[in-house]
Design a protein around this ligand. Structure first.
Ligand SMILES: NC(=O)c1ccc[n+]([C@@H]2O[C@H](COP(=O)([O-])OP(=O)(O)OC[C@H]3O[C@@H](n4cnc5c(N)ncnc54)[C@H](O)[C@@H]3O)[C@@H](O)[C@H]2O)c1
Ligand SMILES: O=c1ccn([C@@H]2O[C@H](COP(=O)(O)OP(=O)(O)O[C@H]3O[C@H](CO)[C@H](O)[C@H](O)[C@H]3O)[C@@H](O)[C@H]2O)c(=O)[nH]1
Length: 330
């Protein structure tokens, strides 16, 4: 039995690949078009199929050749403000292409699917921390594009007798504790990545997008989950499905929110650099606060996070950013 990881050369997917290898899974296959991923992020024992997840012939051949029973689908476009300016591009990448992938995967014999969804499906939730059974109400095209894929997967699983786990990630951050991978996108927009780049002088300053939100300090609140903890959640989800477990949808977060200004303070404290910060207007598509109701995944899958510590997450992100600079990569 082998696992196909779409988007495995990307930030989170590469940590999933490492988690699979570390756990002794001997056949891991990645399909990735390298649009935002890097082949060097993959260990040498992993098979990389370079291509598009919507190429149904390629997907079917890959699944049959490697006798794949489980699919972990990470490949997507992921930047919320870009989805506001290019909604149709996001619906194509995240919804239309996922439809093609799911059809090809089921047709070729895949039995289990783990899907990378997002807290963005909740939009601006009335309840915080947000439980999984709150009716989704995304406020940007990114969240909508992902929610439609959740629905397609749920319907297709019911019709074709396969099982799935939808994981709704909150804000993913940090890097592999052993320094093997991290967030490598040069023009990434994620707060902790941008802040570490500002601390290391790769950016002149950091902008805070909005200080007039209805939150304690006026900046947005997010629940930052460490990337290897998230990968570990996928492993327990995989074991659950292969063991005959039921389909389910689970939040992935720690259940605690930090404001943008709090995160900046931690990055300044850990790095020892008082980099310039500019207070700017709100960014399109941002909800004010989003924190995971984090109990269900622990109860259902027995997931126990190992890295629930913002200072530790920032320390890992800084170390990875420094290593990228040393390697002259990005
Ligand atoms: N980063 C976060 O905070 C976050 C939060 C919630 C959900 N997610 C979800 O996690 C998943 C992974 O995100 P990430 O942060 O690792 O992003 P990423 O951009 O680093 O990784 C995406 C990978 O998918 C590949 N890819 C994109 N489109 C493809 C296609 N059509 N065919 C083949 N490969 C393709 C890219 O080359 C890249 O390697 C996404 O589905 C995203 O929506 C991320
Ligand atoms: O330079 C920056 C970057 C971000 N922010 C703020 O920091 C917060 C977090 O922003 P990120 O861009 O790091 O993350 P998002 O919350 O926009 O989105 C991320 O988490 C979501 C889930 O909550 C999605 O899944 C999405 O893929 C992923 O990028 C937001 O309030 C944003 O306005 C800044 O103030 N300055």
């Amino acid at each position: 039995m082998a696992v196909l990881v779409t988007g495995g050369a990307g930030y989170i997917g590469s940590h999933m690949v490492l988690a699979l290898i570390d756990a002794g899974h001997d056949e891991v296959v990645v399909i990735d078009d390298l649009s935002t991923g890097f082949d060097w992020a993959l260990p040498p024992e992993v098979t990389l199929v370079r291509g598009d997840v919507a190429d149904q012939a390629l997907v079917a051949e890959t699944i049959r050749t490697h006798k794949i029973d489980a699919l972990a689908h990470f490949a997507a476009k992921i930047v919320v403000p870009d989805s506001v300016s290019d909604p149709l591009g996001y619906y194509l990448a995240n919804t239309v292409k996922s439809r093609a992938l799911i059809e090809a995967a089921i047709g070729a014999g895949v039995r289990h699917v783990i899907f990378s969804s997002t807290a963005a499906v909740y939009g601006e939730p009335a309840v915080v921390p947000v439980p999984e059974d709150l009716t989704p109400n995304p406020i940007n095209p990114y969240g909508r594009s992902k929610l439609m894929t959740e629905w397609m997967l749920e319907d297709a699983a019911r019709a074709h007798g396969i099982s799935y786990v939808v994981l709704r990630y909150f804000n993913v951050a940090g890097a592999d504790p052993r320094g093997r991978s991290g967030q490598s996108t040069p023009n990434a927009t994620h707060l902790i990545k941008v802040a570490t780049q500002a601390a290391l002088g790769k950016r002149s300053h950091l902008e805070v997008f909005g200080t007039d939100y209805p939150t304690p300090d006026g900046s947005c609140l997010r629940d930052y989950i460490q990337v290897s903890d998230l990968a570990a959640a996928h492993l327990v989800a995989l074991n659950h499905l292969r063991g005959g477990g039921a389909s389910m949808t689970l939040n992935c977060g720690y259940g605690r929110g930090y404001s943008v200004l709090e995160v900046i303070d931690v990055v300044k404290s850990v790095s020892g650099v008082d980099f310039p910060v500019k207070l700017s207007p709100r960014r399109a598509g941002d909800p004010s606060r989003i924190v995971a109701g984090a109990d269900r995944i622990r109860a259902e899958l027995g997931w126990v996070p190992q890295h629930d510590d913002l200072r530790g997450i920032v320390t890992q992100a800084l170390a990875w950013e420094e290593a990228l600079g040393r390697r002259n990569r990005v």
